[in-house]
Design a protein around this ligand. Structure first.
Ligand SMILES: Cc1cc2nc3c(=O)[nH]c(=O)nc-3n(C[C@H](O)[C@H](O)[C@H](O)COP(=O)(O)OP(=O)(O)OC[C@H]3O[C@@H](n4cnc5c(N)ncnc54)[C@H](O)[C@@H]3O)c2cc1C
Length: 453
């Protein structure tokens, strides 16, 4: 029996696929990494025991394992590896809500949107809201420590993970944390696995904290002549306030959305801010008034306010549509750089200068209230010079963020796309510590090799 037959025989029929028609569909995540390898098999596990069986087999034969959720990742974190297996968690989707403890106990393949919907049935809310919430899985969210639009007030995925079941590289299942809101027994191992991008273990269950449903928000949309003026308004607002959303679109991304799926945005604006407040009663009125005053002081050319949640959602949907709209313009290199909020204007000014210097188009959107930006470099894949300039701009933006004391990735993860820049951000000692942790948990390096470090 060859090694692969052993894997097939150890799992129920239909769990392991080896035919190229199936494996081809599991090579790439959303970033379409051109260097993705060819997996020898895809294991679509149905429960944690099957995950353990696959890991034991992989450990025995030193076969690389790339964990995969819904494949919506933007940094090549789930790119397949030549000769390895892809371990897909997409079939593990159960969701149990415990309203008394205000938690959801979720298998990793459940979509973020499905967890939100299940919580809503109990008047509860799971806040982390990547723009991709309808197409990404909780396992992927945990593995990348996903962010989103409401993080400015409500925090990111790690702030909602109370417990995890993780299958380690040798097939051992460990249960970390649980339904307890407060628990400081032992090291913070839950935090270690959140954001580990499939390099330390496979998440097979997550205990997620839920909160009461937020109030319907009021929405403010402000137009600015320049992206730097909009960013200055963000800095002013964030000095004293924490709105429930604070998103930015620059001129090019506004126009990309209007070209792709028109929504009546102001095409002439240099930048738009979309700000929401879900504070109760008079506090909401006061918060929106303070945001409006800060926008006008920073030079806003127009400010529109609405209390109608549906009208507000139209602007938020336009912001969410930016990435697919820009995607329609050509090949993309997607950045996820961030900086401390007061330096957001400097980061955006640096991106504008880099676009000019390399003569490339870089539409930019941002979770501006967090200082997290997505410059999206567009290039012509058929033109080598266009690609060369785009790659030079990509590297320069990473360096600009590091120079400002920022980060090469605020929420998408390092994956394979940003790996080369990680040592420059973390430094030698932190890279060495990271490798020691990796070696302790995955001594043979079978878990997502080539990702992160
Ligand atoms: C249009 C669009 C908008 C987006 N907007 C946002 C946004 O606002 N905020 C944001 O944070 N992200 C955003 N993303 C990126 C992406 O959706 C997130 O990174 C998401 O968390 C990935 O989830 P996934 O299930 O698709 O994971 P995958 O892409 O399948 O995997 C992502 C990483 O997690 C690992 N992994 C997956 N499941 C497990 C598991 N069970 N155990 C261990 N490791 C695992 C993989 O190996 C890989 O390294 C966006 C993507 C798109 C396409």
């Amino acid at each position: 029996m060859d090694v692969l037959d052993e894997l097939v025989a150890s799992l129920p029929a239909g769990v392991v696929a080896t035919d190229p028609a199936t494996t081809e569909g599991y090579r790439h995540d959303w970033s379409r990494d051109p260097d993705a390898g060819l997996p020898v098999a895809v294991v679509r596990a149905e429960d944690h025991r099957q995950v353990q069986a696959a890991l034991r087999w992989a450990a025995a034969h030193a076969v690389p394992v790339v964990p995969r959720g819904a494949g919506s990742g933007l940094s090549g974190g789930a790119s397949a590896v030549d000769g390895g297996i892809v371990l897909s968690l997409e079939r593990m989707r159960t969701i149990e809500i415990d309203p008394d403890c205000q938690v959801a106990v979720v298998e990793p393949g459940a979509l973020n949107a499905d967890v939100k919907a299940a919580a809503r049935e109990h008047d509860l809310w799971y806040p982390p809201d990547p723009s991709s919430f309808e197409i990404c899985s909780i396992g992927g969210n945990v593995a990348t420590n996903a962010g989103g639009l409401c993080c400015v007030k409500y925090g990111v995925t790690t702030d909602y993970v109370l417990g995890l079941d993780v299958v380690l590289a040798d097939g051992t299942l460990v249960t970390l944390g649980g339904k307890r809101i407060k628990d400081v027994a032992g090291l913070s191992l839950v935090k270690l696995f959140v954001g580990s991008e499939g390099t330390l273990g496979i998440v097979t269950r997550a205990v997620l904290r839920l909160v009461p449903l937020p109030l319907p928000p009021a929405t403010l949309v402000a137009s600015f002549a320049t992206v730097v003026a909009a960013a200055q308004a963000v800095v002013a607002v964030r000095r004293t306030l924490r709105p429930s959303m604070m998103e930015l679109m620059d001129h090019a991304s506004i126009n990309a959305v209007e070209d792709h799926s028109p929504r009546g945005l102001d095409r002439s604006a240099g930048a738009l801010l979309v700000v929401q407040s879900d504070a109760p009663g008079e506090s909401r009125v006061a918060e929106i008034a303070a945001v409006e005053a800060a926008c006008l002081a920073a030079g806003a050319t127009e400010v529109v306010v609405t209390d109608d949640p549906d009208e507000g959602e139209m602007f938020v949907a336009a912001r969410r549509a930016a990435f697919p709209a820009v995607e329609a313009r050509g090949a993309l290199l997607l950045e996820d750089v961030g900086a401390p909020v007061p330096l957001l204007p400097d980061l955006l000014a640096a991106v504008t200068e880099i676009a000019r210097r390399h003569d490339v188009e870089i539409p930019t959107v941002a979770h501006a209230g967090d200082g997290n930006t997505h410059p999206i470099i567009v290039y012509d894949a058929a033109d080598p010079d266009s690609e060369r300039r785009a790659r030079a701009a990509f590297d320069d933006i990473l360096r600009a963020a590091i120079r400002l004391g920022g980060t090469i990735t605020g929420e998408h993860g390092v994956g394979r796309a940003k790996k080369a820049a990680l040592p420059e951000q973390l430094g030698e000692d932190v890279m060495a510590l990271t490798r020691r942790i990796k070696d302790a948990l995955d001594p043979d390096g079978i878990l997502n090799p080539g990702a992160v470090l």
